[in-house]
Design a protein around this ligand. Structure first.
Ligand code: 5GP
Ligand code: MN
Length: 360
């Protein structure tokens, strides 16, 4: 995968913009390597991942940060927009010492590097760094990525942003160690649903093998990130799943299953919002529905919406139509109004997002 090293001119940018479907070109990789190599000795680097970071966002950012540290980068911060709260399951990730609250992030770093964010809006209040930084590098794998960096390494066929991060580390000459590998493994296993999703290609398993060869412990890591939650969250899930609705006629007969959770639900069970991220996995297993959806209240009249599809519907089209983004089979957006209004808008978009013929 890394056999094609950058062009000898190191940083010569291609004139032509590649088609959106293709991954990074050799010129893109070379420009990214050059941006890192051009850092002055005390150059400040700011790493940013998307709001409400998941395993891929944090893992690719921290793994890459640890790699930069190995290269000798000393002045480096990692951050994400919003409250500086790391979900419990990621609190043992190596490299957490790089994290600073968004309010303390460098105002004008020499280089900003964004991870797993499909658009500037996913960077929240940190989006202004794209303009104030000396250079802006984007590492991502969302098909909907708007290429908002000065150098964009966007590979929609990559299973996780960590796939892109690992390739760039390799091109920078950084060898994997266990700390870097653990971060990248968390990222890879999160975005492949523990190597269950369609994106789990031979290359994904080859990357997993390289990561495991550093001696990291997949059983411990998986238990921590997938199979551990407080008892209060178990009870909360029971309640929220109990109010799930199945609509077999939705999505032109492919079916929709959905539920919602309010801030009051969280308060009653004394739980933090991030525990709700795992809920979608308990909803999407519904046999009778192609599309599943969890609507999570983030403020009065504000909802973070998670959608999943088994293939009949391209949920990224639904999400983009409603102001969000994501992938074909996993996407999301911010909804406003009441739960019913939000779900009405989703229902209305489903028919137009079918990937194949309408089921009769
Ligand atoms: P999740 O449901 O796990 O939060 O997100 C699923 C996918 O949709 C992820 O790839 C995530 O980046 C994307 N996504 C979720 N919410 C939003 C959003 O509000 N805006 C955009 N652009 N993408 C989102
Ligand atoms: Mn991702």
């Amino acid at each position: 995968m890394t056999g094609t090293s950058g062009d000898p001119a190191g940083g010569a940018l291609a004139e032509a913009t590649p088609p959106a479907d293709s991954g990074p070109t050799e010129a893109d990789w070379a420009a990214a390597v050059a941006a890192v190599r051009a850092l002055p000795p005390d150059g400040r680097v700011l790493l940013i991942c998307h709001v409400n970071p998941d395993g891929d966002a944090l893992g690719s950012m921290l793994g890459f940060g640890l790699g930069l540290r190995r290269l000798g980068v000393r002045q480096m911060q990692a951050t994400f927009p919003g409250p500086p709260e790391v979900p419990e399951s990621f609190r043992e990730l190596p490299g957490l010492d790089l994290l600073v609250p968004a309010t303390e992030a460098y105002a004008d770093p020499e280089l900003v590097i964004c991870f797993d964010a499909a658009s500037e809006s996913r960077l929240g209040e940190l989006a202004d760094r794209l303009a104030t930084a000396g250079g802006a590098l984007v590492l991502d794998h969302h098909a909907s990525n708007t290429r908002f960096g000065r150098v964009n390494l966007v590979d929609r066929h990559a299973a996780a942003t960590s796939v892109v991060a690992e390739e760039l580390l390799a091109r920078l000459g950084v060898d994997l160690d266990a700390a870097i590998a653990e971060c990248l493994y968390v990222a890879l296993s999160t975005d492949t649903g523990s190597f269950r999703f369609e994106a789990t290609t031979p290359a994904v398993h080859q990357l997993a093998a390289r990561l495991l060869a550093t001696g990291i412990r997949p059983g411990d890591i998986s238990r921590r990130i997938f199979d551990t939650r407080p008892f209060g969250a178990v009870r909360l899930f029971g309640e929220v799943l109990g109010r799930a609705r199945l609509e077999p006629a939705a999505a032109a007969g492919h079916g929709l299953v959905w539920t919602y959770a309010t801030q009051d639900d969280l308060a009653r069970h004394d739980q933090r919002p991030y525990v709700l991220e795992a809920l979608i996995d308990s909803v999407r297993c519904t046999a009778e529905a192609d599309v599943s959806c969890v609507v999570k209240q983030t403020a009065t009249g504000d909802w973070a919406v998670s959608m999943r599809s088994k293939g009949a519907v391209d949920v990224s089209r639904v999400a983009v139509a409603l102001g969000g983004g994501g992938h074909r089979f996993a996407a999301g957006f911010t909804g406003r109004g009441t739960v019913d209004e939000v779900v009405d808008r989703i229902r209305a978009e489903l028919g137009g997002a079918l990937t194949g013929p309408v089921r009769r």
